[in-house]
Design a protein around this ligand. Structure first.
Ligand code: HEM
Length: 229
């Protein structure tokens, strides 16, 4: 059974209490389409941009990909062995979090430090601000240095989970997190197996921050064949 199958089953549920209306069913499909499609696209777009700029990292990661998969399509066994790709994915998610913030409605008045949040106000927590906070990440906060994630996320954040939260935190955090990482760990190696990526001179750096963080004018890259296929 796939996701649509589960939703259709819930629509046909005999117990009225647990039944989904057609509107609920459509809303769920839209949520999954929106949250699952654009976000992963942006992650892959920003990751390829960073690799195009930092070609030294392409040179570091490509041998790992070739060693694990040779020129074959990625398989699940190999995915666990990809260390450098994982570092690059985490680094991309820190610098360019595809969801730039999460919004919460304040249920009751609460004091956070010197700040009083009134009931019914909305708190927009800027993930991107957190990820670029000088106090948390230090003077080289804006630099692409995947080696920061060499020993995993916990080490990179000094065990403070809230410093790095591209998928949110707590009970409403992203349901698609593992799926996203798997997709990126399949797609990036498949690109690197085939192509050397270079930045086109026509690229204009213009990240647009709304709910998502998108490259406003797209990302123009040159892909040259990496080796004779
Ligand atoms: C780079 C990829 C992705 C990023 C950065 C991302 C980020 C996030 C964030 C920050 C939240 C929390 C929203 C909040 O707290 O208000 C969230 C929730 C959610 N995400 Fe993702 N997401 C990604 C991929 C996906 C994928 C692939 C799917 C589905 C296949 C997905 C489905 C969802 C759903 C359904 C929720 C709502 C969970 C709930 O409210 O209980 N996401 N995501």
């Amino acid at each position: 059974t796939n996701l649509v199958g589960l939703l259709v089953n819930a629509y046909h549920e005999v117990d009225e209490k647990n039944r989904l209306s057609i509107q609920d069913l459509l809303d769920e499909c839209k949520t999954f389409y929106f949250s699952g499609q654009e976000t992963v696209n942006f992650l892959l777009a920003w990751a390829t941009l960073l690799l195009a700029i930092h070609t030294d990292w392409q040179d570091k990661v490509r041998p790992e990909v070739i060693e694990v998969f040779d020129n074959q399509n990625p398989d699940s066994e190999g995915l666990a062995k990809l260390k450098t790709i994982t570092m690059i994915i985490n680094k991309t998610l820190r610098l360019y979090p595809p969801i730039s913030g999460v919004i919460r409605k304040v249920g009751r008045e609460v004091q956070l430090g010197t700040l009083v949040l009134p009931t019914h106000s909305e708190a927009d927590m800027r993930i991107i601000a957190l990820h670029h906070d000088l106090d948390l990440w230090g003077g080289d906060v804006d630099l692409f240095k995947p080696e920061r994630f060499a020993d995993g996320i916990a080490e990179a954040t000094k065990y403070n989970a809230a410093d790095f939260m591209p998928f949110g935190l707590g009970p409403r955090s992203c349901i698609g997190m593992s799926f996203t990482i798997i997709q990126a760990k399949i797609a990036l190696p498949m690109i690197l197996q085939r192509y050397t990526i270079n930045l086109s001179p026509s690229y204009v750096h213009a990240p647009l921050q709304r709910l998502t963080l998108r490259p406003q004018y797209g990302i123009q890259l040159f892909h040259s064949l990496h080796y004779d296929a």
